[in-house]
Design a protein around this ligand. Structure first.
Ligand SMILES: Nc1ncnc2c1ncn2[C@@H]1O[C@H](COP(=O)(O)OP(=O)(O)OP(=O)(O)O)[C@@H](O)[C@H]1O
Ligand SMILES: [Mg+2]
Length: 167
């Protein structure tokens, strides 16, 4: 758990924890700000309830190692990895537009139909990311609307390499 206001010291930056963004199957994601530049980041941390601490740490290390191999406009970018006293923390860019899941839920709740050209464009971006992942000798294995985030409005990026594998 990282409390609001907790300070993380990175390679070139200091980050302040602003908020918890959400929780997934293996950990908690926080929003961070670099007070010098005002730039926002996301921090993924582990929670230890589901697996043994050792197994979880190994999985997280593998996730980071795979994610670090990937640099692409349609993949959430890693900023750095911090070995903090509270554990290993993955610092990535902050996706301000929420997830594709949020977007689809909102459209459904409001009874709206997304314009076909928009959906085709998003699928094209996601397919480009997948083609790049595959050409890097990896498979994602967990591509769901929750694991597609919008870097900015209309620019989807794939994230979450927790169960990805080399092929
Ligand atoms: N880089 C990021 N920028 C902004 N929000 C993020 C970022 N990474 C994750 N999130 C958000 O944090 C929350 C938790 O993400 P996480 O990937 O841990 O869980 P999940 O995708 O909901 O579930 P799963 O464990 O199945 O992947 C989600 O709401 C997700 O949209
Ligand atoms: Mg996820």
């Amino acid at each position: 758990m990282l409390a609001d206001g907790y300070v993380l010291t990175g390679r070139d930056s200091t980050y302040i924890v602003q908020d918890e963004i959400g929780r997934g199957g293996s950990g908690v994601v926080y929003k961070l700000v670099d007070p010098k530049t005002g730039q926002l980041f996301a921090a993924k941390t582990l929670s230890f309830h589901r697996f043994s601490q050792k197994e979880l740490k190994q999985r997280f290390r593998r996730e980071i190692e795979i994610h670090q191999q990937l640099r692409h406009p349609n993949i959430i970018g890693i900023h750095e990895v911090i070995d903090d006293s509270s554990g290993c923390i993955l610092i990535t860019e902050y996706a301000s537009g929420g997830s594709l899941y949020d977007c689809l839920s909102q459209a459904r709740d409001e009874g709206l139909q997304l314009p076909v050209p928009t959906v085709v464009r998003w699928l094209w971006y996601i397919a480009r990311a997948l083609a790049y992942i595959h050409s890097s000798g990896l498979i994602h294995r967990d591509l769901t609307p929750r694991n597609v985030l919008f870097r900015k409005k209309d620019l989807p990026a794939v994230c979450d390499f927790g169960i990805s594998r080399h092929v």
